[in-house]
Ligand binder design. Sequence first.
Ligand code: GLN
Length: 453
Amino acid sequence: AHLDRIAHVDGDLNAFLHVSSEEALATAADVDSRRAAGEELGPLAGVPIAVKDVVVTKGLPTTAGSKILEGWIPPYDATLVERIKAAGLPILGKTNMDEFAMGSSTEHSAYGNTKNPWDLERIPGGSGGGSAAAVAAHEAPLAIGTDTGGSIRQPGAVTGTVGVKPTYGGVSRYGLIAMASSLDQAGPVTRTVLDAALLHELIGGHDPHDSTSIAEPLPALAEAARQGATGDLSGLRVGVVKELSGEGYQDGVSARFTESLDTLRSLGAQVVEVSCPHFTYALDAYYLIMPAEASSNLAKFDGMRFGLRIEPADGPVTAERVMAATRGTGFGDEVKRRVILGTYALSAGYYDAYYGSAQKVRTLVQRDFAAAFAQADVLVSPTAPTTAFKFGEKLDDPLAMYLNDVATIPANLAGVPGMSVPNGLSDGLPVGFQILAPAKADDRMYRVGAALE
Ligand code: GLN
């Protein structure tokens, strides 16, 4: 049914870069026969899933939305893909994204825009617009995204889906094509909070292949979602982050947010205001740290090891000239912009002023979180300042595009988990409500998210 749905609507949406019908049907058949033979399978066995194209999948093309990886077929599976396969979830295909996960609208994909199913003239968010659109359009009931600065949560907000960025280290990064290693986290994109919890439990937990993976069991996420669904939040302290609302947020976004605060109060939660003064600088720090790490991570795309290789049209074929020709052609403008920003921020003489200062701000953001979590069990804000904007609206203005991430970035800098849940509509377009919890307390956001559903 989902493959039929993809065949029916994806011509308009372009959520998928590759559809793996044969493999999906084979997995579904295998699950059927294992069930028929009496095997006990997990709760998601047989439930199809779409995977963002920045996650490597053995035997299935993986491009990260870039021309530089066109035609590359990974020789191994990411840990989360291994777990998905072992649990019997048919993989429907790979979803569209901003090139190397750099963007907030999926307009930076080298393979065309993904449309927002709510309004085909609007963006589905980014960088994981393909995964969010696929779930919103019922092409897939579950999807995987990655979130370095908001790429799961912001697409969730503008497509009316649930998006979760787990605690840093909660889901293995082994087999994610790295953007900024100290910020990247993979997580679930779903239509319900319980679905997200079940998927998170499936893909999460310790992995020896990722040195930053937390060597402890995950909290009980599905149980927390079921508990939240009873609608009782008595005793819970909810902190409204003063710096993440008000000015700069669309009226409809603010109105829906305020209504949900009333809902939380009516469920027994105590709503307090907290201040995180350094969040004001989080965006600036992110746009130094992220490009710095990305410029280093992307150095491996050199025309020798993976995908595209272009030799200079004339003159000697030296390694340096092949690299320049390949990267010049294979990378899009946004990727080049960030590689230049990143190498500049890391260069001798500027390192302390830019990268060094940004790391100090990062520490201050972490301290703000620690202070706020002393006053509240969870923190909340709108997920994104606006609803889905129109194609082209921010494409020529990188700063306006970057400002979309203002509410999601602090969580990545601090490594804490964040979730976006649907929060009604504004002028017919979905709005997102963000819930943040302390590191390793992801269960708290599932409880609150399910209570709001
Ligand atoms: N939109 C942000 C950026 O462009 C976040 C990207 C992400 O989370 N992968 O960097």
